[in-house]
Design a protein around this ligand. Structure first.
Ligand SMILES: [Mg+2]
Length: 237
């Protein structure tokens, strides 16, 4: 059997690991520590919006990873009228992010099925110590030839430099033989498209694409990715 792609480049958060699940329990624990009377569920979307905003600034190269860690909490606490040290908040939240990973449904089944048939790489915008720790806890490292973390290479998806770094590690394969899979249009899909790789949007949030970024494929689950894009049945060897 021949395969359409030589390389599969997977985003990590909300593609293979359920970052949102870890984020929610970390946030809940923090708010309960600050004041158990606060309603964490109604506050969470406010934090999440600030976190996205700050990550947008990071991905646009406007702030450093270090600034990001405290700025999101400062903005959220100001909005919610909470007095708490942003740095302590980040440490508390971070413990959960770093040590309590959750899998996206089907992730390990998929990786097991693909190993040996495809060469695989993780491409993630994130913090080095956090991403490594979570990959180790989930015993995922062995599936990948390379694990590329933005924090370590000083380049961030969708920057050309990020994908160029990956390309050199793969020894510049034919670009049509590289499939990038990720949940974020403006980093994973835009980066892949700009570089010339094939892109698959894992529409984790099941949202409309109201951007001008056009993925080659769109899937709603990892099972869809296996069946519709890679043309394999996850549950059949
Ligand atoms: Mg992601």
């Amino acid at each position: 059997m021949s395969y359409k792609y030589q390389w599969l480049l997977f985003d990590l958060d909300n593609t293979l690991l359920d970052f949102n699940a870890s984020s929610k329990i970390g946030f809940k624990s923090l708010i309960e520590k600050i004041n158990p009377k606060l309603d964490w569920e109604s506050l969470y979307p406010i934090y999440r919006d600030y976190n996205h905003q700050v990550w947008d600034e990071r991905e646009a190269g406007l702030i450093s990873h270090n600034d990001l860690k405290t700025k999101r909490w400062r903005l959220f606490f100001d909005h919610a009228d909470i007095e708490f040290d942003p740095s302590l908040a980040n440490d508390h939240y971070f413990y959960y992010i770093k040590n309590k990973p959750f899998l996206i449904e089907g992730a390990i089944d998929l990786l097991r099925r693909l190993k040996g048939d495809y060469r695989m790489m993780i491409i993630t915008n994130g913090l080095s110590e956090v991403q490594w720790n979570r990959l180790r806890i989930m015993k995922m490292e062995s599936y990948f030839e390379h694990i590329i973390i933005s924090d370590e290479i000083n380049a961030t998806k969708p920057e050309f430099a990020f994908f160029d770094h990956c390309d050199k590690l793969m020894v510049s394969p034919d670009k049509s033989e590289v499939l990038v899979i990720g949940d974020t249009l403006k980093s994973d899909i835009k980066g892949a498209n700009d570089f010339g790789y094939i892109s698959c949007w894992y529409n984790y949030y099941q949202t409309e694409n109201d951007s001008d970024i056009e993925p080659d494929y769109t899937v709603q689950s990892l099972a869809d990715l296996a069946r519709d894009v890679l043309e394999i049945n996850l549950f059949q060897d």
